[in-house]
Design a binder for this molecule. Structure first.
Ligand SMILES: C[S@@+](CC[C@H](N)C(=O)[O-])C[C@H]1O[C@@H](n2cnc3c(N)ncnc32)[C@H](O)[C@@H]1O
Length: 187
Protein backbone atom coordinates (compact mmCIF):
# COMPACT_ATOMS: atom_id res chain seq x y z
CA UNK A 1 0.00 0.00 0.00
CA UNK A 2 2.95 2.38 0.44
CA UNK A 3 5.74 0.80 -1.62
CA UNK A 4 7.71 -2.42 -2.25
CA UNK A 5 7.87 -4.83 0.76
CA UNK A 6 11.63 -5.35 0.36
CA UNK A 7 12.18 -1.65 1.16
CA UNK A 8 9.76 -1.63 4.11
CA UNK A 9 12.19 -1.93 7.02
CA UNK A 10 14.69 0.45 5.51
CA UNK A 11 12.03 3.07 4.83
CA UNK A 12 10.69 2.64 8.34
CA UNK A 13 14.09 2.96 10.04
CA UNK A 14 15.29 5.96 8.02
CA UNK A 15 12.36 8.12 9.14
CA UNK A 16 12.94 8.05 12.90
CA UNK A 17 16.70 8.12 12.31
CA UNK A 18 16.45 11.38 10.38
CA UNK A 19 14.06 12.97 12.88
CA UNK A 20 16.21 12.07 15.90
CA UNK A 21 19.28 13.47 14.17
CA UNK A 22 17.23 16.55 13.34
CA UNK A 23 16.35 17.22 16.99
CA UNK A 24 13.04 15.43 17.65
CA UNK A 25 12.45 15.04 21.42
CA UNK A 26 10.00 12.77 23.24
CA UNK A 27 7.86 15.66 24.46
CA UNK A 28 7.51 17.23 21.00
CA UNK A 29 4.23 17.11 19.10
CA UNK A 30 4.59 15.58 15.64
CA UNK A 31 2.15 15.43 12.74
CA UNK A 32 2.87 12.66 10.23
CA UNK A 33 1.20 14.11 7.14
CA UNK A 34 0.31 11.24 4.81
CA UNK A 35 1.11 8.60 7.44
CA UNK A 36 -0.13 5.71 5.26
CA UNK A 37 -0.15 2.41 7.17
CA UNK A 38 2.22 3.77 9.87
CA UNK A 39 5.36 2.41 8.22
CA UNK A 40 7.25 5.38 9.65
CA UNK A 41 4.64 6.04 12.32
CA UNK A 42 5.07 2.97 14.56
CA UNK A 43 8.62 3.79 15.78
CA UNK A 44 7.62 7.43 16.20
CA UNK A 45 4.53 6.54 18.26
CA UNK A 46 6.73 4.28 20.38
CA UNK A 47 9.27 7.07 20.94
CA UNK A 48 6.98 10.06 21.56
CA UNK A 49 5.03 10.71 24.76
CA UNK A 50 1.43 9.53 24.90
CA UNK A 51 -0.91 11.43 22.54
CA UNK A 52 1.96 13.42 20.97
CA UNK A 53 1.80 11.64 17.58
CA UNK A 54 -0.83 12.76 15.09
CA UNK A 55 -1.27 11.04 11.73
CA UNK A 56 -3.29 12.28 8.79
CA UNK A 57 -3.97 9.77 6.03
CA UNK A 58 -6.35 10.64 3.22
CA UNK A 59 -7.14 7.02 2.33
CA UNK A 60 -9.32 5.26 4.98
CA UNK A 61 -8.22 1.79 3.80
CA UNK A 62 -4.55 2.57 4.41
CA UNK A 63 -5.45 4.14 7.77
CA UNK A 64 -7.38 1.00 8.74
CA UNK A 65 -4.24 -1.06 8.03
CA UNK A 66 -2.31 1.40 10.18
CA UNK A 67 -4.67 0.76 13.09
CA UNK A 68 -4.01 -2.97 12.74
CA UNK A 69 -0.24 -2.28 12.79
CA UNK A 70 -0.76 -0.23 15.95
CA UNK A 71 -2.55 -3.11 17.68
CA UNK A 72 -0.02 -5.71 16.49
CA UNK A 73 2.76 -3.50 17.85
CA UNK A 74 1.00 -3.24 21.25
CA UNK A 75 1.06 0.53 21.08
CA UNK A 76 -2.62 1.46 21.45
CA UNK A 77 -1.87 2.81 24.97
CA UNK A 78 0.19 5.57 23.29
CA UNK A 79 -3.14 6.96 22.01
CA UNK A 80 -2.00 8.43 18.71
CA UNK A 81 -4.50 10.74 17.05
CA UNK A 82 -5.15 9.18 13.61
CA UNK A 83 -7.56 10.66 11.13
CA UNK A 84 -8.43 11.14 7.47
CA UNK A 85 -8.81 14.90 7.99
CA UNK A 86 -7.62 17.81 10.11
CA UNK A 87 -10.84 18.37 12.08
CA UNK A 88 -9.78 16.86 15.43
CA UNK A 89 -6.39 18.52 15.62
CA UNK A 90 -6.28 20.61 18.78
CA UNK A 91 -2.52 21.28 19.08
CA UNK A 92 0.27 23.02 17.15
CA UNK A 93 3.28 21.00 16.08
CA UNK A 94 7.02 21.15 16.70
CA UNK A 95 7.46 18.85 13.69
CA UNK A 96 5.34 18.15 10.67
CA UNK A 97 6.81 15.13 8.88
CA UNK A 98 5.78 14.20 5.36
CA UNK A 99 7.65 11.22 3.92
CA UNK A 100 7.11 10.47 0.24
CA UNK A 101 3.83 12.37 0.13
CA UNK A 102 4.50 15.72 -1.61
CA UNK A 103 5.73 13.75 -4.63
CA UNK A 104 2.15 12.41 -4.94
CA UNK A 105 0.27 15.71 -4.74
CA UNK A 106 -1.31 17.66 -7.59
CA UNK A 107 -0.53 21.38 -7.56
CA UNK A 108 -4.00 22.11 -6.18
CA UNK A 109 -3.70 19.64 -3.28
CA UNK A 110 -0.19 20.91 -2.52
CA UNK A 111 -1.74 24.36 -1.97
CA UNK A 112 -4.20 22.88 0.55
CA UNK A 113 -1.43 21.01 2.31
CA UNK A 114 0.75 24.15 2.56
CA UNK A 115 -2.24 26.03 3.99
CA UNK A 116 -2.57 23.36 6.70
CA UNK A 117 1.17 23.32 7.38
CA UNK A 118 1.13 27.08 7.94
CA UNK A 119 -1.85 26.78 10.31
CA UNK A 120 -0.56 23.83 12.29
CA UNK A 121 3.13 24.61 12.86
CA UNK A 122 4.24 26.22 16.10
CA UNK A 123 5.98 29.54 15.39
CA UNK A 124 9.39 27.87 15.72
CA UNK A 125 8.21 24.53 14.36
CA UNK A 126 9.50 22.90 11.18
CA UNK A 127 8.00 20.77 8.46
CA UNK A 128 10.40 18.26 6.90
CA UNK A 129 9.12 16.83 3.64
CA UNK A 130 10.73 14.66 1.02
CA UNK A 131 10.42 15.80 -2.60
CA UNK A 132 12.02 15.06 -5.94
CA UNK A 133 13.67 18.24 -7.22
CA UNK A 134 14.16 18.40 -10.97
CA UNK A 135 14.63 21.53 -13.04
CA UNK A 136 12.49 19.94 -15.77
CA UNK A 137 9.06 19.09 -14.31
CA UNK A 138 8.01 15.41 -14.49
CA UNK A 139 4.39 14.23 -14.30
CA UNK A 140 3.83 10.51 -13.98
CA UNK A 141 1.55 8.43 -11.78
CA UNK A 142 1.80 5.99 -8.84
CA UNK A 143 -1.25 3.93 -7.88
CA UNK A 144 -4.21 6.37 -7.65
CA UNK A 145 -1.90 9.40 -7.26
CA UNK A 146 0.32 11.54 -9.46
CA UNK A 147 4.10 11.20 -9.18
CA UNK A 148 5.72 14.60 -9.71
CA UNK A 149 9.18 16.08 -9.86
CA UNK A 150 9.40 19.87 -9.62
CA UNK A 151 12.07 22.61 -9.63
CA UNK A 152 12.98 24.01 -6.20
CA UNK A 153 11.67 27.42 -7.34
CA UNK A 154 8.21 25.87 -7.75
CA UNK A 155 8.11 24.90 -4.05
CA UNK A 156 9.61 28.24 -3.00
CA UNK A 157 6.89 30.18 -4.86
CA UNK A 158 4.05 28.00 -3.57
CA UNK A 159 5.35 28.22 0.01
CA UNK A 160 5.83 31.98 -0.22
CA UNK A 161 2.11 32.40 -1.01
CA UNK A 162 1.44 30.89 2.44
CA UNK A 163 4.12 32.97 4.16
CA UNK A 164 6.40 29.94 4.48
CA UNK A 165 10.10 29.62 3.64
CA UNK A 166 11.75 26.60 2.04
CA UNK A 167 15.32 25.30 2.39
CA UNK A 168 16.84 22.08 1.16
CA UNK A 169 18.44 19.92 3.85
CA UNK A 170 21.96 18.73 3.19
CA UNK A 171 21.55 15.09 4.23
CA UNK A 172 22.53 12.15 2.08
CA UNK A 173 20.04 9.28 1.89
CA UNK A 174 19.19 6.51 -0.53
CA UNK A 175 15.59 6.85 0.59
CA UNK A 176 14.77 10.22 -0.86
CA UNK A 177 16.01 12.54 -3.54
CA UNK A 178 15.62 15.77 -1.58
CA UNK A 179 14.38 16.91 1.80
CA UNK A 180 12.75 20.30 2.28
CA UNK A 181 12.62 22.21 5.54
CA UNK A 182 9.52 24.41 5.53
CA UNK A 183 9.22 27.09 8.24
CA UNK A 184 6.98 30.02 9.07
CA UNK A 185 8.48 33.25 7.74
CA UNK A 186 9.39 35.99 10.23
CA UNK A 187 10.03 33.61 13.14
C1 LIG B 1 4.14 6.61 -0.57
S1 LIG B 1 2.92 6.66 0.69
C2 LIG B 1 3.93 7.09 2.09
C3 LIG B 1 3.21 6.80 3.38
C4 LIG B 1 4.01 7.06 4.67
N1 LIG B 1 4.45 8.43 4.77
C5 LIG B 1 5.17 6.09 4.76
O1 LIG B 1 6.31 6.51 4.74
O2 LIG B 1 4.93 4.90 4.78
C6 LIG B 1 2.03 8.19 0.37
C7 LIG B 1 0.82 8.33 1.27
O3 LIG B 1 0.26 9.65 1.21
C8 LIG B 1 -1.15 9.54 1.26
N2 LIG B 1 -1.70 10.81 0.74
C9 LIG B 1 -1.76 11.22 -0.54
N3 LIG B 1 -2.30 12.44 -0.62
C10 LIG B 1 -2.59 12.83 0.65
C11 LIG B 1 -3.15 14.00 1.24
N4 LIG B 1 -3.55 15.03 0.49
N5 LIG B 1 -3.30 14.05 2.57
C12 LIG B 1 -2.92 12.99 3.34
N6 LIG B 1 -2.38 11.86 2.85
C13 LIG B 1 -2.22 11.77 1.53
C14 LIG B 1 -1.43 8.32 0.42
O4 LIG B 1 -2.73 7.80 0.60
C15 LIG B 1 -0.33 7.38 0.88
O5 LIG B 1 -0.69 6.65 2.01
Amino acid sequence: MVGPPKLWQNKRDCQIKFLLEHGLKQDHYLLDLGCGVLRGGIPLINYLEESHYYGIEKDPIRLEEGLKELEESNLTHKAPNLSTDYKNIDVKFDYIWSFQVLIHLSDKILEEVLFNIRNLLKDKGVCCATVAINKNPVNRSWREYPYVQRPLSFYEKKADKHNLSVNTVNYQSNNWKNMLEIRKKNF
